[in-house]
Design a protein around this ligand. Structure first.
Ligand SMILES: [Zn+2]
Length: 177
């Protein structure tokens, strides 16, 4: 991952034992690293929820339980989207037709805007995939120069919608925008 990372961390440098704020699970590290499919979920979680502002213990507990699940599922959907993009356009982000490829993530019934390069997440609780697509394009457009006509054209294409991986879900939207 070479793109700019959302900072999210306002607490300055921390020691090597720094744990993500959202590490609600006490699973051994080895078990965790065995499944990279939800890599980046901590960064998603930080953008979705502010544990410090939880009004009470119940909400805090929900953020650290259900909220972590949601962040993991969204990160998993995003990583499948990224894998598909890489399969088509290669591993080298400098050679991609869009520096920050936009995507829409779907978890019934909320659509989120995402980027397939960095871990930016537009999580606003909207259920309209087209609205999420517009937000994702807004992020992508920040990295497209005015003279890049091909990239601008590509930005107008409908975006694929990446679903969370839950066999019980009704099929969600396939494209957005
Ligand atoms: Zn990005």
């Amino acid at each position: 991952m070479t793109g700019p990372q959302p900072s999210g961390d306002t607490h300055g440098a921390r020691g090597p034992n720094r744990r993500p704020r959202a590490a609600a699970s006490d699973e051994p590290t080895a078990a965790r690293s065995a499944r990279d499919n939800d890599a980046g979920w901590e960064t998603y979680h930080e953008q979705m929820f502010d544990v410090a502002k939880a009004p009470n213990g119940f909400i805090r507990w929900k953020i650290l339980s259900s909220g972590v699940n949601m962040a993991r599922q969204l990160a998993g959907a995003r990583n499948r989207g990224r894998a598909a993009w890489v399969a088509e356009h290669g591993q080298d982000p400098d050679a991609w037709p869009l520096p920050h490829p936009p995507a829409v993530l779907w978890m019934p019934t909320v659509a989120s805007a995402a980027c397939l390069r960095c871990l930016w997440l537009g999580y606003r609780g909207v259920s309209d995939p087209d609205e999420a697509a517009a937000a994702a394009r807004g992020h992508a457009a920040e990295y497209v120069t005015a003279d890049s006509a091909a990239a601008r054209l590509l930005l107008r294409e409908p975006l694929p919608v990446w679903q969370r991986n839950d066999p019980h879900d009704e099929p969600g939207p396939q494209t957005a925008g």
